[in-house]
Write a protein that binds this ligand. Structure first.
Ligand SMILES: [Zn+2]
Length: 566
C-alpha cells in the first residue's frame, strides 16, 4: 500500500481527484471503496455535508451524491451502504499516553464505563476466574469513586473477596493504591519505609492498616513499577488490542506524550506492530525526559538517529515532551537554575525545528514558561514548530493571547470530567465555571486539540470527552462549566480532528474529509449532530477506516473488517 500512497503525496487535492477521473486508457476508472447514502460531515471550510464518498489508494478520491459516486464503482469496488448514518473524520487524541497504556492492556482490568462498585468488582472476579495461578489482577487507573453509585472506593476486604488467591492492585489517579494481603506479601511491603519515597500505609481510627497506600506521583509510580511487567509477546498483543479498542471509539490517530517510566525499551512492542504493518492507528510520539539533570544530553543522544519527523504516515517521531525538564515539571516556583536549564533545552529544540510540548497546571505560574518561550522565539522563531502546552485548565485570556502570538497550541483534556469537584473546591466556582475556556480560545484563535490524557487519570473514550466539552458536567453530574465557554458540536468535533492533527503537523493530510486527504473516518452508531446531548457519551463506531483500510467493523458492517497483516 505504501507505493501508491507515495505516488499521490505532494500533488494537490484537485489533481488527486482528476487522477481518478482521468485515469489513462487501459486503467479502469474505479474506486477501491464507496460509501453511499450517508451523512458525511466533511469539516471542510464550508462545513459541507455530503451523501457519498469514493476512496482510492487510501485517499479520498471524490465526494458527492450517491448517484454520481456510484459511477466510479467497478467490478471490484466494495460498496458500503450507510443507510443515512453519520460519518465523521477519524478522531485524533492530542494527548493520550496510548503507547504506555497499550503495553499492559492485555493483562489489566479496566473500570472504564462502570457505574457501580459492584460492577467494577465483578470485572475483578471475572479476571480472577480467567487468570492463571499467581497472576496479578491490576487496575492501573482510569476510574474515580464519583462514577460509582456507591460514591466510594473499594475496601481491601471487597477487593480480596473478588480477586481470590490472586494478588490484586488498584490505583486511583497518582495519589492512592489499594492492595490485597497477597499483594503486600508479594511486594514485601510492611511499613511506610517500604513504599518510598513518600508513601504512607493508611490506617483506620483504631490504627489498623486498611490496605490503602497514599502517596504523591513519584511514590505511586515507583510502587506501580514494582508490579510484574508483561512479557514482550503480551505487550505486542496488548498494543494491538488497545488500538483496536480505540478504533471501536472512532479514533484513527493519537499524539503520544511519553510518560513516567517510559524508557526507550518500552517502545519496542509498538515498533514491532508497525514493522508487521499491523498498526490500526496513526501514532506520533515525543520523548519524555529520562534522567533528571541529564535531559539535554539524553535528547542529543536519542535524536542523533531520530531527527524530527522521522517515520511514515503511520508512525512518526514528533519532538520532545510532555516533560521537557524535570526542574519545571509540576513546579509553580522553579528556580533560576531550573529556568536556565529549560531555556537551553528549548533553544536546542527550536534550532533543530523540533516540536516541543510541555505539561502545565496553573495559569498563575505559566508566565514563567511563556517568558522562556518568548525569549527563545526572539533568538530562533518557534512559530510553525507546533509547540504546545497541555492541560492548563484555568488558562486566562492573557495567557491564550501570548500562546497565540507565539504559535503555541493548547492540548485540552477532559480531566475535569473525573476531577471537577476537587478542582472546584481548590479554585472556586468562578474559576470552574470557565474551565477550560474553550470559546475564549476559539475567539483568540489559539489552536486547540482535544483529548483525554488516558489511561491512568482518565478514560480514553473520546465521546465521553466530547460530551463533557459540550455540557461541562462531571461524571457524577455536577454542572461546572458555564454555557459561555461551551463550543458548538461542530467546533468540539473540529478540536478532536483538525485541531489535534495540527500537533502532528498533519492538518493538511487528515482531520477533515476532503478530496486528496487520507481516508481516515468513522461511521457512527448515532447522529453526533442530532443525538440528545446525554447520548453523545454512548456513541461508538460501527466502521472505522484508516488510510482506506477498514480496521474495525461491527453490527451491520461486521463482514467488512480487514484483518491486519501479520
Ligand atoms: Zn500531563
Amino acid at each position: 500500500m505504501t507505493t501508491p500512497i507515495a505516488r499521490i503525496i505532494g500533488i494537490s487535492a484537485t489533481a488527486a481527484a482528476l487522477g481518478l477521473a482521468m485515469a489513462g486508457p487501459g486503467r479502469a476508472q474505479t474506486a477501491d471503496l464507496i460509501l453511499l447514502h450517508g451523512k458525511i460531515l466533511t469539516l471542510d471550510e464550508r462545513s459541507s455535508v455530503r451523501e457519498a464518498m469514493a476512496v482510492s489508494e487510501g485517499r479520498i478520491a471524490a465526494l458527492g451524491r450517491s448517484t454520481e459516486i456510484m459511477e466510479l464503482a467497478g467490478r471490484k469496488t466494495r460498496v458500503v451502504d450507510l443507510r443515512g448514518r453519520t460519518v465523521i473524520p477519524g478522531l485524533i487524541d492530542s494527548h493520550i499516553h496510548a503507547i504506555r497504556a497499550a503495553l499492559s492492556y492485555g493483562v489489566e482490568v479496566n473500570w472504564i464505563g462502570t457505574s457501580s462498585l459492584e460492577e467494577a468488582l465483578g470485572r475483578i472476579r471475572d479476571a480472577a476466574r480467567r487468570a492463571k495461578p499467581g497472576d496479578w489482577i491490576i487496575v492501573a487507573g482510569g476510574w474515580t469513586p464519583e462514577q460509582f453509585r456507591e460514591k466510594r472506593r473499594p475496601t481491601q476486604g471487597e477487593l480480596a473477596a473478588a480477586a481470590g488467591e490472586h494478588p490484586a492492585y488498584v490505583q486511583l489517579f497518582y495519589a492512592w493504591a489499594l492492595m490485597t494481603p497477597a499483594a503486600f506479601k508479594a511486594l514485601n511491603v510492611a511499613t511506610d519505609a517500604d513504599v518510598g519515597p513518600r508513601g504512607k500505609l493508611d490506617e483506620d481510627a483504631d490504627g489498623k492498616k486498611t490496605g490503602g497506600i497514599s502517596g504523591d506521583t513519584a511514590t505511586i509510580t515507583a510502587l506501580f513499577s514494582r508490579l510484574p511487567s508483561p512479557s514482550f509477546e503480551q505487550r505486542v498483543a496488548g498494543t494491538r488490542a488497545f488500538f483496536r479498542e480505540l478504533n471501536r471509539l472512532a479514533l484513527t490517530g493519537v499524539v503520544d506524550p511519553g510518560g513516567f517510566g517510559m524508557a526507550p525499551s518500552d517502545y519496542q512492542a509498538l515498533f514491532k506492530v508497525w514493522q508487521d504493518k499491523a498498526l490500526a492507528l496513526r501514532v506520533v510520539y515525543t520523548v519524555f525526559a529520562q534522567k533528571r539533570g541529564a535531559e539535554l544530553e539524553d535528547y542529543r543522544n536519542l535524536t542523533q538517529l531520530l531527527p524530527m519527523g522521522m517515520g511514515d504516515e503511520m508512525l512518526r517521531f514528533n519532538g520532545i515532551g510532555e516533560n521537557v525538564a524535570w526542574g519545571m515539571y509540576n513546579n509553580d516556583n522553579p528556580s533560576e537554575a531550573d529556568k536556565a536549564q529549560f531555556y537551553e533545552i528549548a533553544k536546542w529544540a527550536a534550532e533543530r525545528r523540533m516540536s516541543l510540548n510541555m505539561h502545565w497546571h496553573n495559569d498563575r505560574s505559566v508566565g514563567q514558561l511563556l517568558d522562556i518561550f518568548e525569549r527563545v522565539d526572539r533568538e530562533s522563531p518557534i512559530k510553525g514548530l507546533r509547540w504546545a502546552i497541555a492541560h492548563l485548565n484555568d488558562a486566562s485570556a492573557a495567557t491564550l493571547e501570548r500562546m497565540k502570538a507565539l504559535g503555541v497550541g493548547w492540548a485540552v483534556q477532559d480531566a475535569m470530567y473525573f476531577d471537577g469537584e476537587r478542582f472546584q473546591k481548590e479554585k472556586g466556582a468562578e474559576v470552574a465555571r470557565r474551565a477550560p475556556p474553550l470559546r475564549t480560545a476559539l475567539r483568540i484563535g489559539v489552536n486547540v486539540g482535544a483529548g483525554t490524557d488516558a489511561h491512568r487519570v482518565a478514560s480514553y473514550n473520546p465521546f465521553v470527552a466530547l460530551r463533557w466539552m459540550l455540557d461541562g458536567k462531571t461524571v457524577s453530574g455536577t454542572l461546572l462549566r458555564g454555557p459561555e465557554e461551551a463550543p458548538t458540536r461542530e467546533e468540539a468535533l473540529r478540536m478532536y480532528t483538525l485541531g489535534s492533527a495540527w500537533f502532528a503537523r498533519d492538518e493538511d493530510k487528515r482531520g477533515s474529509l476532503v478530496v486528496g486527504k487520507l481516508a481516515d473516518l468513522a461511521v457512527l452508531s448515532k447522529d453526533y449532530m442530532k443525538a440528545p446531548l446525554e447520548d453523545i457519551g454512548r456513541i461508538e463506531s460501527l466502521l472505522t477506516m484508516v488510510g482506506g483500510k477498514i480496521v474495525y467493523a461491527a453490527g451491520p458492517y461486521a463482514g467488512f473488517e480487514e484483518s491486519p497483516r501479520r
